[in-house]
Design a protein around this ligand. Structure first.
Ligand code: NDP
Length: 254
């Protein structure tokens, strides 16, 4: 009989970092609700992989850029919690879904700025606000930042600013949610080989080699370098880790 089985909701779990986070969490014995934006088939494949690990999982569509859709999204979450997990609350929220837009400060348009704000900052802000109504006390939130808040790389002024806002928000959330014993931390990956930014870190050999050359461990990051750290934060081993920015970059730009 499973006692107090924990459930994590991972946004953007269809591929890239979110997929590895979902699999790492499942490996630690958590059940998973994962979201996708457009890639339903990929998300269902992740659900199957999690089920093969012996955990329960479900995939639900979400557009984090549209806060007006969040009530409907959480109705879908409530239905899934009841039908798939026989419960009405979950324990951990991982705000991972996101996009990158590479544009210099001087040429960033308001449209690009608004898109980044909606996906990288406003979305997670209000999604978390609403999620708290269906989260158990004693769980946690993991937000996702970037190494680009510590060091600057031309072309990421708007993107990194939103991530910086998430780092500030993390501290405020940890302060206010402490009374519910909900821990809030933020993981800041270095450059990782995913589809992010058109897959540049993975597919542009020159960029890949440059990043490896400025990374103490001598290579770019892989999705599996990140998933386990997020999973750790959602276990009791991390029960006293709160309000922290944890950079996971192999020592980039030291
Ligand atoms: P990917 O492009 O590989 O995956 C993006 C994920 O986010 C997919 O699951 C995608 O869903 C989902 N998504 C995209 N847009 C939306 C949206 N509007 N609403 C809901 N979901 C959406 O990116 P990564 O895995 O690399 O990035 C994940 C997070 O990590 C992001 O927050 C990113 O900023 C951050 N990060 C990434 C780094 C990197 O180098 N890769 C470095 C530092 C931080 P679907 O598959 O359905 O399209």
């Amino acid at each position: 009989m499973e006692v107090n089985k924990k459930i994590a909701l991972v946004t953007g779990g269809s591929r890239g970092l979110g997929k590895e986070m979902a699999l790492s969490l499942a490996n630690k014995g958590l059940d998973i609700v994962l979201t996708y934006h457009s890639k339903k088939e990929e998300a269902e494949a992740v659900v199957s992989e999690i089920e093969a690990l012996g955990q329960k999982a479900v995939a639900i569509q979400l557009n984090v850029a549209e806060s007006s859709s969040f009530d409907l999204f959480f109705q879908n979450v409530a239905t899934a919690l009841k039908t798939t997990f026989d419960t009405d609350k979950f324990d951990f929220l991982v705000n991972n879904a996101g996009i990158g837009i590479h544009e210099s400060f001087l040429t960033t348009t308001e449209q690009q700025f608004d898109e980044l704000t909606n996906i990288q900052f406003k979305g997670p802000y209000f999604l978390t606000q609403k999620a708290l109504a269906v989260m158990n006390d004693g769980g946690g939130i993991v937000n996702i930042s970037s190494g680009l808040t510590r060091f600057s790389f031309p072309g990421y002024a708007a993107y990194a600013s939103m991530k910086g806002a998430m780092e500030t928000l993390t501290k405020y959330q940890a302060k206010e949610l402490g009374e519910r014993k909900i821990r809030v931390n933020i993981v800041a990956p270095g450059a990782i080989e995913t589809d992010f930014g058109g897959g540049a870190v993975r597919d542009n050999e020159q960029l890949n080699q440059f990043i490896a050359s400025v990374t103490a461990l001598g290579r770019v990051g892989l999705p599996e370098d990140i998933g386990g750290v997020v999973a750790f934060l959602c276990t009791d081993d991390a029960k006293w880790v709160n309000a922290q920015r944890i950079e996971v970059s192999g020592g980039m730009n030291l």
